[in-house]
Design a protein around this ligand. Sequence first.
Ligand SMILES: Nc1nc2c(c(=O)[nH]1)N[C@H]1C(S)=C(S)[C@@H](COP(=O)(O)OP(=O)(O)OC[C@H]3O[C@@H](n4cnc5c(=O)[nH]c(N)nc54)[C@H](O)[C@@H]3O)O[C@H]1N2
Ligand SMILES: Nc1nc2c(c(=O)[nH]1)N[C@H]1C(S)=C(S)[C@@H](COP(=O)(O)OP(=O)(O)OC[C@H]3O[C@@H](n4cnc5c(=O)[nH]c(N)nc54)[C@H](O)[C@@H]3O)O[C@H]1N2
Ligand SMILES: [Mo]
Length: 681
Amino acid sequence: MLVTVEDGRATKVAGDPDHPGTQGVLCTKVSRYTDRTYHPDRLLTPMKRVGRKGEGKFEPISWDEALDTVATRLSAIAARDPQAILPYSYAGTMGLVQGESMAARFFHKLGASLLDRTICASAGATALRYTYGASIGMDIEHVPDAKLIIIWGGNPIASNLHFWTRVQQAKRRGATLVAIDPYRSLTAEKCHRHIALMPGTDGALALAMMHVLMRDDLLDFEYIASHTVGFEALRERALAYTPQRAAEICGVSVDDIEWLAGLYGQLAVRERQPVAIRLNYGMQRSHGGGQAVRAVACLPSLVGAWRHAAGGLQLSTSGFFPVDNLALQRPDLLPGLPALPRTVNMSTIGDALLDAGDGAGNPKIEALVVYNSNPVAVAPQSTKVAEGFAREDLFTVVLEQFRTDTADYADILLPATTQLEHVDVHKAYGHTYFLANNQAIAPLGEAVPNTEIFRRLAQRMGFAEPCFADSDEDIAAQAIVATDPRAAGISWESLKAQGWQKLNLPVAPLAEGGFATASGKCEFYSEIMRRDGLDPLPDYVPPYETPATAPELAARYPLAMISPPARNFLNSSFVNVDSLRATEGEPHLDIHPEDAAPRGIASGSMVRAFNDRGSMLARARVTDRARRGLVVGLSIWWKKLAPDGKNANELTSQRLTDLGRAPVFYDCLVQVEAASATATP
Ligand SMILES: Nc1nc2c(c(=O)[nH]1)N[C@H]1C(S)=C(S)[C@@H](COP(=O)(O)OP(=O)(O)OC[C@H]3O[C@@H](n4cnc5c(=O)[nH]c(N)nc54)[C@H](O)[C@@H]3O)O[C@H]1N2
Ligand SMILES: Nc1nc2c(c(=O)[nH]1)N[C@H]1C(S)=C(S)[C@@H](COP(=O)(O)OP(=O)(O)OC[C@H]3O[C@@H](n4cnc5c(=O)[nH]c(N)nc54)[C@H](O)[C@@H]3O)O[C@H]1N2
Ligand SMILES: [Mo]
């Protein structure tokens, strides 16, 4: 991103036309980044709460008062049990410097509880680790040469624009595009074929595709023999998933499955053409999300798709980046090693805050320090999250740019800089370039970077290790493992001068195998999973909440609800930028005409979606974009900007995925009624 600065003020942001990954394009929301930075509601001084928790009444205080208050409270709690302190952070910035560097050092030295950062990607990352050994895959820069592109559980027009640009190039060159998505998203409607399965059933679909490939000998036997483990066992498993059986589970036609598997195998094996799968997050947000990713991840190895630069699969490229987490986060500072502090899962923060503790190794959480996250809006079952945050005996510190739903519960609010105002280094989302975030403007008001807040706190708490004096540039320089061949020629010095540098990777990284597993092969059968007490083969693990698995619940709440990201928001970021919120309008719920009619719901009317966990109001859009049995509420709205002060996470559950302990946002049964049928909220 290039920033134009005039008289110290950022006046324009634009994509860097020279960057091959993004080709000069910014997505809608980030192109409004200056509106966000200079937003009249920016938090510009430290504040202390003067109203009730959640009410949002604050008064400015000095940095000295704020830091003294925080240091005093944390020291007192740490003297009793540092594990009663919990950091909470995720995607506000995923920069290596402003994310988990100085913050991690601070909490490690303190001996605070560890946070299991599962809220987004851990189901799929765990599945890939078992299957490929790491989050690695094809380089999407070659996608324009693919002949078939399967967009599986992703909506790249909204959430991965730079990949979509390349998909369109491939389409112009004759590629077939397929979307696998319960919802006819902006992306699905532009694909040649859309397979609208029920949420959480992808594992069955992938196994039935394998069934067809095996039945019809559409297999790359040479690749399988040289670069995979467990083919015979996988064959036995897949043969149980006939297209007929999977069609019933997924709610799709047998023809959809036969057609897709046939085309995939025919192109890859018979015609030796590149076939690509972009696997995204949609399929990961149900009970069986981990195993679904594992099943899909086996497909390219069965047909030898990796042989081509434009073939294979990509979920994430993060495993390619040689990042020195030990230097950044300094886990060696933990007191009491080799024993570790307890770990708290961020995806069940509601229950964790409401847990009274047991006095023995599992204390009640007494202090919470939130940065880079808005859990009251984004974490599942948010009625519980808000109840936890409202605890009078909880001391809450929030580092923020804005007064979010979470900030409203803070005892102390600390103003953080935006990315125009600080230094950082980034891995990439879907491409393979390291990026430097150079500082463009001076911090606004009294805002300071996260790193500086933890540096100042460390000093007040008497943490004397030299790493607490590292500058942001020092930390940036420590982030990259200089000795790793993938980082040859890449250092902070060169990166900050050039802005971005591509990792040194083979053009088709898995063409000759070389997976990051212990065997060096793609593990259809995983001995490590067996040892971990898990099913060593991919399987279909049904959602928690379906008529088949929870018939009594489904009788009361017959509709499956998903709440994927809206195009103009970034999770809950940007929701408060008026121009972007105006484009999204208001919270909507898409519902199929045949589900709307019997409920007396007309397009444009207010509806209430509810289950035993909570409810939310939304404006109905009666549309066959949502398949029958499905409702879709694009997210993540700030609760306080919604008509009833609620969002989709009032309805989601705190249950976890089969692998990776991740949330199941899209495994959620609800009922919907016309809002007029209920009392006003
Ligand atoms: N504009 C925008 N871009 C973003 C974000 C954002 O909030 N806004 N968030 C960023 C982040 S943190 C992430 S993790 C990614 C997420 O972005 P994606 O990886 O695209 O994932 P989702 O948006 O969760 O879901 C994508 C699609 O999956 C579908 N889906 C839901 N359930 C299922 C299912 O069970 N199976 C299948 N096959 N499909 C399903 C949804 O209908 C949706 O159209 O996007 C990133 N990019
Ligand atoms: N229902 C439903 N819930 C979801 C999802 C979904 O699809 N549906 N998606 C899930 C996913 S994939 C993810 S990744 C999570 C994301 O959830 P979060 O990690 O909470 O991400 P955001 O909602 O973007 O909130 C980040 C906050 O960090 C702040 N911030 C940004 N930069 C900085 C900084 O430099 N310093 C500080 N101190 N603060 C900063 C922003 O102002 C913003 O309020 O939400 C999850 N929740
Ligand atoms: Mo995410």
